[in-house]
Design a binder for this molecule. Structure first.
Ligand code: ADP
Ligand code: ASP
Ligand code: MG
Length: 484
């Protein structure tokens, strides 16, 4: 749709009545000039609360569930009371209570069953987003802006991988044309729930934690939006997570490829799958701060003027390094690798880094901790014979590690950069366990001990002069490290 703006508001941007007022104000202002769609997350910490309630229900902890439900109700009632009045308030409170009653029913079912069927979890956990969209649309209506809550499950069609579903783009495009386009044509602002979808036959799904960014990009692509703005609680994509690197600075522009690498390697500011639907149509994305409206944020674009050196560093702590080493020359390394990678694919696990070396063809790879159990199960089954006969050494798993990734298109063909990064890490007395760099030279992935991860990231950030006080400069990465 011509000139359409899709805007996503994250958990902190929806975290209270005051924050919802700000988000609604942004929407009202933008829709004066062009059609707009809002995509909303659950209020901050609500998804964790819902998941915790389901775990408690499974364990039979009825009073724990009741306590959580009380808090859930209080948080949303308080927001409604603070921003709505009269009939609008009464009607919204009824809607809030109906959704909480649905959640209670699912918890009850889980308690009786003694287990959490993934499909029920997805249905239950999306209630956080449904509460947000209900309140935001009601508030906008009360200020005279026509708005309607829309359940993402009516517009985003996905496969049936509950908890981490992928969109079926053609079907989703059709639903968007049926459901959202008529509202937009009538001047109504749809307030769509982030995070959730449904299979073509209507079974509820979710897109993975932090998935509201992905919902927004799916909708932006399906509606041929002209821009996507992602509103969060920092000034944009920064040279590092400001929580671990205090002098991290906002980057004016990054490419899709850089932003995708950063997200994939742990920069929480963007869900890893956000950019994929947008690349084909080259829809520009802005990352903006709803707590600091004057700041323009970061623009994510197809390409940027070349600046030598890295753009940003990122890290991931909840990871495991799996090492496999042949014990006999009788095994063919490539075959073992092929089977290991097959088992990772079958476990639906992502390989965060892969490295192989030595004439014995030992190799190691990094996966997320939460994917480790299915990965190990599949690996041990796939390599059972070789392990039993001693052709392979027992598989080693090290969970005491972290991943540091240095990202930037400008790293391509820059001699000396890797050396400087490794020196900076070793000056912190942090041992490098494994290294991987693809031939695209867009990312250098470095595995270090977990307890040295924060020091290493700060050291690399400072060595590459990514911090505040170095705005927009052309960095001379070939410059020797002495004297800084
Ligand atoms: P939202 O709820 O709006 O989706 P998130 O908490 O998911 O927000 O993401 C925003 C957070 O991402 C920031 O508060 C920041 O701590 C973290 N973050 C990690 N890496 C980066 C980075 N490179 N740039 C900006 N923020 C980052
Ligand atoms: N509310 C969901 C989560 O916390 C999705 C999101 O906020 O993006 O994971
Ligand atoms: Mg997020």
């Amino acid at each position: 749709m011509k000139n359409l703006l899709v805007m996503k508001f994250g958990g902190t941007s929806m975290g209270s009545a005051d924050r919802i007022r700000v988000a609604a104000g942004i929407c009202a202002e933008q829709r004066q000039n062009r059609p707009a769609v809002a995509v909303v997350s659950a209020m901050s910490k609500i998804t964790d609360l819902l998941l915790d309630s389901l775990r408690r229900a499974e364990a039979g902890d009825e009073s724990g569930v009741d306590f959580n439900l009380h808090n859930l109700r209080e948080r949303h009632h308080e927001a409604c009371r603070a921003m709505l009045e009269g009939d609008a308030r009464a009607a919204t409170l009824v809607g809030v209570d109906a959704l909480i009653a649905d959640f209670r029913r699912i918890c009850h079912g889980v308690r009786i069953l003694g287990e959490r069927p993934p499909r029920s979890v997805d249905e239950a956990v999306a209630i956080g987003e449904r509460l947000s969209s209900l309140m935001m649309a009601a508030y906008m209506e009360s200020t005279g802006v026509p708005a309607r809550p829309v359940n993402g499950s009516s517009v985003i069609v996905t496969d049936a991988l509950f908890g981490n579903a992928s969109p079926l783009m053609e079907e989703t495009r059709g639903r968007c044309a049926q459901v959202l386009a008529p509202m937009l044509a009538d001047g109504i602002l749809p307030v769509v729930t982030g995070f959730n979808g449904a299979t073509a036959d209507g079974r509820p799904t979710t897109l993975g934690r932090g998935g509201s960014d992905f919902s927004a990009s799916i909708l932006a692509a399906s509606l041929d939006a002209s821009e996507l703005w992602i509103w969060t609680d920092v000034d944009g994509i920064m040279s590092a997570d400001p929580r671990s690197v205090p002098d991290a600075r906002v980057i004016e522009q990054v490419t899709y490829a850089e932003a995708a690498e950063l997200a994939y390697n742990g920069a929480k500011v963007l869900h890893p799958r956000t950019l994929a639907p947008l690349v084909e149509r080259q829809i520009p994305v802005w990352s903006k701060n709803s707590f600091h409206l004057a700041h323009p944020g970061t623009k994510i674009v197809p390409s940027t003027p070349a600046t030598p050196g890295p753009r940003a560093v990122t890290s991931m702590a909840n990871v495991a390094l799996v090492s496999i080493e042949p014990a006999s020359a009788a095994v063919t390394g490539a075959r073992i690798m092929a089977r290991a990678l097959e088992s990772l694919a079958a476990a639906n696990a992502e390989v965060l880094a892969f490295s192989s070396s030595s004439y014995r063809q030992s190799f190691c790879f990094l996966v997320r901790n939460e994917e480790l159990a299915p990965v190990m199960k599949n690996l041990e089954a796939a390599l059972a014979l070789e392990l039993a006969h001693g052709y392979l050494k027992p598989i080693e798993v090290d969970q005491n590690v972290g991943l540091l990734a240095v990202v930037g298109e400008g790293m391509r063909g820059t001699p000396g950069l890797a050396g400087r990064i490794f020196m900076a890490i070793s000056r912190q007395n942090v041992n490098i366990i494994a290294i991987a760099q693809g031939s695209s030279e867009l990312t250098i992935s470095i595995v270090v001990r977990r307890d040295g991860l924060e020091r290493a990231i700060r050291a690399v950030h400072s060595e590459c002069r990514l911090g505040a006080g170095a705005p927009g400069e052309i960095r001379d990465v070939a410059e020797p490290a002495q004297g800084r």
